[in-house]
Design a protein around this ligand. Structure first.
Ligand code: BTN
Length: 257
């Protein structure tokens, strides 16, 4: 176990820095299953992921040495499987609060847990839970944030942004990482203290397109709707033709702009 000088109680107190790895989530999951008990708060931070993973089986691309790609090990055994979306909520809010001090207004959470700045994606979260019966035994929280990358792949360049593109100058990766660790711990402790209602309210207040008439697609059909919030299970509520409709992940697609 390595000791670090982070102003945290446990998040990142055991920090493992890697030059190169396939995926920090995969590495951490293997570590957790091979070296139990792994201390809660362990973080794997990589300079380069050559097989970074995103949601829905997508790949996560990040230019080596310019971004933050890391995974955090938590043991949210106090959450039932029906409450697992609250982890998405706490982690998304922690990232927003950490970045809010350094960026102009415009940070939002695109449901379920993409970090957006205006209409562009700044970061993503991949949470992989290990469930035992009705409880979450452990959780690997993968976070990828575009920090000092100015050029993106052709396929995503119209949809992606980074801290340096927003500020027009590079920033210190270590400083941002330290602030992120602080807020990840703060929000995880709020979750542990059972502040579910307030976390859910704060999340809804930060939702991208909240209360705004926007276009969505479901099963090939494009419709206009107004995003109203989420259920306790994290299901999206959209007002469509004056009726509140509910959508699970993958059932609805945002059509931006
Ligand atoms: C997404 O928006 O699709 C989620 C992206 C999550 C990327 C991070 S980078 C660190 C961690 N390791 C991975 O392989 N993925 C996550």
């Amino acid at each position: 176990m390595q000791n670090n000088t982070f102003s945290t109680l446990f998040v990142s107190q055991n920090l493992i820095k890697l030059k190169e790895v396939d995926s920090t989530n995969t590495f951490l999951k293997n570590l957790a299953s091979n070296s139990e008990p792994l201390p809660e708060g362990t973080v794997i931070l990589a300079e380069h992921q050559y097989a970074g993973r995103g949601q829905q089986g997508n790949i996560w691309q990040a230019e080596p040495g310019k971004n933050l790609t890391f995974s955090l090990f938590l043991k949210p055994t106090f959450l039932s499987i029906h409450q697992q979306f609250y982890l998405n909520i706490a982690i998304s809010l922690a990232i927003i609060e950490a970045l809010e001090d350094m960026l102009p207004r415009g940070l939002k959470i695109k449901w379920p847990n993409d970090i957006y700045f205006k209409n562009r994606k700044l970061g993503g979260i991949l949470i992989e839970n290990s469930v035992a019966g009705q409880i979450i035994k452990s959780s690997v929280i993968g976070i990828g944030l575009n920090i000092n990358q100015n050029v993106f792949d052709e396929l995503i360049k119209e949809k992606a942004t980074s801290v340096s593109l927003i500020l027009q100058h590079d920033v210190c990766l270590n400083d941002i990482f330290a602030v992120l660790c602080k807020y990840l711990e703060v929000y995880y402790l709020k979750l542990k203290a059972g502040k579910l209602r307030i976390l859910q309210e704060n999340y809804i207040n930060k939702l991208y397109k909240h209360n705004i008439l926007a276009l969505y697609r479901q099963n090939g059909e494009v419709f206009e709707g107004r995003l109203k919030g989420i259920t306790n299970e994290g299901v999206l509520i959209v007002l469509k033709n004056n009726i509140e409709e509910k959508y699970n992940f993958k059932e609805i697609e945002f059509i931006t702009n």
